[in-house]
Design a protein around this ligand. Structure first.
Ligand SMILES: NC(=O)c1ccc[n+]([C@@H]2O[C@H](COP(=O)([O-])OP(=O)(O)OC[C@H]3O[C@@H](n4cnc5c(N)ncnc54)[C@H](O)[C@@H]3O)[C@@H](O)[C@H]2O)c1
Length: 261
């Protein structure tokens, strides 16, 4: 899809990858970019820096009514939504000890938000016979995240939702892409954590991630991999699951020892 003249919503766009996506979509010719975030001030600052193409909307994606209201508002103002990017996401470190409340929050922000967006926007896109959904999942959705069980599980679900949407609506004019990066230099990466420091070895900037996302949208590719090596890791997993798991177990042990030291 060519970005020229398009009306676009990006969630979680007050900083990080979402903010970079907004700037690059505008530079590529989008007619209107909605910078949406739970942090209203951050979203407003990003939109302000972008000039008249952009406008900010406060929206907590864990709330179905807020997502539906945002979509209604944009349709009333712009008469169409060409691209909805479900980018907002959070992480919580930890394994079995993570609280049920944390698991629930991860489920709501990383997964239910994708359902709320699709529910709100797909009827309009089907009516027009065209529309595009992008979900920022993670390489953790194809592989796993050593330091966070809830991130691994919810990002697998994020990817599963994107696959299902593409399968179900692909023949009705709806295109879907799922972005699966490794480390991206944003507030999400924690320098003090050896697991995140390991991710930083291969990390890219939010701008580099956004460039890859824009390119993936241009070529209407389902799986957008800002780190091309993820395809090789995914292939190795598919080829021999047990060998891949043994490698992950080794890495888990090494990183846990470093964390304890
Ligand atoms: N940074 C990485 O290394 C990395 C790697 C793979 C995938 N991702 C994914 O990329 C996406 C963007 O992450 P980022 O690295 O830019 O993080 P970030 O923390 O820099 O930005 C996330 C933004 O989302 C907003 N947000 C959080 N919860 C929200 C909610 N409930 N409703 C609306 N907005 C909310 C935050 O206010 C923030 O502005 C996430 O889905 C994340 O899981 C990040």
């Amino acid at each position: 899809m060519d970005m020229q003249g398009k009306v676009v919503i990006v969630t979680g766009a007050g900083r990080g990858i979402g903010a970079a996506m907004c700037r690059q979509f505008a530079a590529a010719g989008a007619a209107r970019v909605i910078v949406s975030d739970r942090d209203a001030e951050a979203a407003a600052a990003v939109a302000e820096g972008m000039g008249p193409t952009a406008r900010s909307i406060h929206c907590d994606v864990a709330s179905e009514s807020q997502v539906a209201d945002m979509v209604r508002q944009v349709l009333a103002e712009e008469q169409r939504i060409d691209l909805f990017c479900s980018n907002a996401g959070i992480t919580v470190k930890g394994g079995l000890e993570s609280s049920n409340a944390d698991w629930q929050r991860m489920w709501e922000v990383n997964v239910m938000s994708r359902l709320y967006a699709a529910r709100a926007v797909i009827p309009h896109m089907l009516e027009r016979g065209t529309g595009y959904l992008v979900q920022t999942a993670s390489a953790a959705g194809l592989l796993t995240e050593i330091g966070s069980a809830s991130y691994s599980v919810t990002k697998h679900a994020d990817l599963a939702m994107a696959e299902w949407l593409s399968t179900h609506y692909g023949r009705q004019g709806i295109r879907v892409s799922c972005v699966c990066p490794l480390g991206v230099e944003t507030d999400m990466l924690d320098d003090s954590d050896p697991i995140h420091r390991y991710l930083q070895l291969r990390s890219i900037t939010a701008d580099q991630a956004a460039t890859s996302i824009l390119e993936g949208i241009r070529s209407e590719q389902f799986l957008i991999l800002p780190h091309p090596e993820v395809l090789e890791f995914f292939r190795l997993k598919g080829e021999n699951y047990d060998r891949w798991l043994r490698g992950m177990q080794r890495m888990q042990q090494k990183l846990t020892r470093e964390k304890a030291a």
